[in-house]
Design a protein around this ligand. Structure first.
Ligand code: EAX
Length: 322
């Protein structure tokens, strides 16, 4: 079953009083068929199944309800029921989560998924819950790569002076300043037009987002720097969640697990096919990037953003997960 509506229908759904908590809206900022959209569909399918139809839901995709920061603020005040967002702006609300945004910390997808699904991930979900949000499960955005319109990025020197859109994330901004770029934080819904108009030269996102957003229409060069593993997260509003019974809450946690499974499967699919798709649409994609010089500069410039406040124990724990 399709669980998304667009445009005016969103306003109608938001304004139409429905039987309490019967129809829920889940906000994302990528398309309804993206790795987030696929996850949201699986979430609602499972929630409907477990609740025997007591809970149904619709996506508000592609930034219909604003950027990720807006979605998180909406969850906190109760104007948004559910959201599936990257951790980009989440550190502004739950600073401990910045640990997951540190550049070149995660070795690969297997390492990242083991950390997020293990005790460290559970610990940080509890930190999310302590900040007027409900963390249902860690999902996945993907390893982030640099794209731009000026020239191929082979070495950090190629980043010198590039105006690069980043998420509203102070770890990422510090990392790119350290690598020589000029980081420009911006909410995702503004990125495509900013690239089109040349307000920024480039941006950085996983293959999943590059393909879902058709960035090849406004970006010429891509370099698979893989500089950050970008988690995502299923979030619920405390206003919604606190009104549920323990059994009903269990349905939401189970539905989020089903959503993560579908989301990660889509990330795997796009990681396999995304580079070819980017090339088919005219992008020049550099795949054999020497990451070491990028990692040195990025770590020197950004790890202190986290360790100054929390020390390096969590970093060592994450590295120790095999
Ligand atoms: O959540 O803002 C970003 O670049 C995010 O990676 C994207 O919106 C997916």
């Amino acid at each position: 079953m399709k669980h998304f509506i667009i445009g005016a229908a969103i306003a109608f759904a938001l304004s139409t009083p429905v039987q309490a908590a019967q129809q829920l809206i889940l906000g994302t900022i990528t398309s309804e068929t993206s790795h987030f959209g696929v996850g949201a569909e699986a979430f609602f399918d499972k929630l409907e199944e477990l609740s025997g139809g007591e809970f149904t839901g619709i996506q508000a995709p592609a930034g219909q309800l604003g950027g990720e920061r807006d979605l998180i603020e909406g969850l906190q005040i109760g104007s948004v029921d559910l959201a599936m967002v990257s951790t980009g702006p989440l550190g502004n609300f739950v600073p401990e989560v910045y640990a997951f945004d540190l550049p070149f910390l995660f070795r690969d997808y297997d390492h990242a998924r083991k950390v997020l699904d293990g005790e460290i991930g559970q610990e940080l979900l509890k930190k999310v819950d302590e900040n007027n949000l409900v963390g249902l499960a860690w999902a996945e955005n993907g390893f982030r790569h640099v794209t731009n319109n000026v020239h191929p990025v082979k070495t950090p020197g190629d980043l010198d002076g590039l105006k690069l859109r980043t998420m509203e994330n102070k770890v990422h901004m510090a990392a790119f300043s350290g690598m020589g770029a000029a980081p420009t934080p911006m909410a995702f819904p503004e990125v495509f037009s900013a690239l089109q108009q040349g307000v920024v030269d480039g941006q950085e996102n996983p293959v999943t987002v590059i393909s879902a957003s058709k960035f090849w229409e406004v970006q010429k060069y891509a370099s698979l720097t893989g500089h950050v593993y970008s988690p995502a997260i299923f979030l619920a509003s405390p206003a919604l969640f606190e009104g549920l019974s323990d059994e009903q809450k269990g349905w939401f946690y189970e539905a989020a697990k089903a959503g993560v499974e579908a989301n990660r499967a889509e990330v795997n699919r796009l990681e396999d096919s995304g580079v070819a798709m980017m090339r088919e649409h005219g992008m020049e994609v550099l795949t054999d990037v020497d990451k070491a010089p990028f990692a040195k500069l990025a770590e020197e410039a950004s790890y202190a953003v986290y360790t100054d406040q929390y020390g390096s124990e969590m970093i060592e724990r994450i590295k120790a997960v095999k």
